[in-house]
Design a protein around this ligand. Structure first.
Ligand code: HEM
Length: 256
């Protein structure tokens, strides 16, 4: 078994002398984890932006994630498990993506000169995706680790206190910009790569997908900044009572 792996590694051909399928499998896994994360991010935005409707609505969504219809008052365990799953997918996606990064200054320079020479729009998009992806290694990990260690500390006041008083907002601004560009470009490139919406006219499909990419990142950025601003405003108003949780008649006491 190990011998077969060594031969495949050195010759890039498997035991039957066929071209190794490992790079294609890794590519497929990278696409699959990216797609999962992009879908997650769309739902994540819908959930966090419930604060724009009302504090009560955001509390109800939080309590649904805490499975309060099963555990009285809600439990932070299901939230912790969901965050851990997302974190594992996030790390797997980053690990798979690392294969494509230029690893030396010479490689980077070669890529940049090539992109400029060809003036190829999609190669430039790839460079933006690699840059935002690199930023996400750090920004995304800080956010995910903070959520993982505070699964019971999500809610209208708890989140606003974190955004405003715990000074998470500068990180969220950068994270929001990086993730929305990265996600929208990623979905565009995935659709082109696997030909999901291709009806035979490549040029027309590309132009339509490019428009969809701009609309998606635009909508997500506007919604994201409006949401962030709402948390900051509530956090500022609530700063004197930092740490105090929001509750209402349906959920008289929040899970700690
Ligand atoms: C299951 C995992 C996750 C949970 C439970 C979660 C939860 C939250 C919550 C509750 C907020 C509101 C602010 C706060 O409470 O601090 C928030 C904001 C944010 N999260 Fe996440 N998050 C998760 C994963 C991610 C990932 C993977 C990313 C991107 C890499 C991300 C990006 C953001 C951004 C950009 C904001 C600020 C958005 C805004 O206010 O418009 N989150 N998240």
């Amino acid at each position: 078994m190990q011998q077969e792996q060594i031969i495949e590694l050195l010759t890039q051909k498997d035991a039957k002398k066929k071209k190794s399928r490992i790079p294609a499998r890794l590519d497929y896994l990278q696409s699959a984890t990216g797609l999962l994360l992009a879908i997650f991010m769309i739902f994540h935005m819908l959930f966090v932006s419930t604060i724009l409707i009302s504090k009560d609505f955001m509390l109800a969504v939080t309590k649904a994630f805490e499975l309060s219809f099963i555990f009285e008052g809600g439990s932070s365990v299901p939230v912790f498990i969901s965050i851990a799953i997302v974190f594992v997918i996030f790390i797997a996606h980053a690990l798979l993506a690392m294969r494509k990064f230029p690893i030396s200054y010479r490689e980077y320079k070669r890529l940049k000169i090539h992109a400029n020479l060809m003036n190829h729009a999609d190669t430039k998009l790839w460079m933006i995706q690699a840059g935002t992806g690199f930023a996400l290694f750090f920004l995304g990990s800080i956010h995910l680790y903070t959520m993982l260690t505070n699964p019971g500390n999500i809610g209208p006041y708890a989140s606003s206190d974190r955004v405003y008083s715990d000074l998470m907002w500068p990180l969220y601004i950068l994270l929001l910009i990086a993730v929305e560009f990265h996600g929208a470009i990623g979905l565009y490139r995935l659709s082109m790569k696997w030909g999901w919406f291709d009806k035979g006219d490549g040029k027309e499909t590309r132009a339509k997908l490019k428009k969809a990419k701009i609309v998606l990142s635009g909508v997500m950025l506007v919604l994201g900044f409006a949401t962030l601003f709402a948390y900051m405003q509530i956090g500022q108003e609530h700063k004197a009572s930092y740490g105090e949780r929001y509750y209402n008649e349906t959920y008289p006491m929040e899970q700690k």
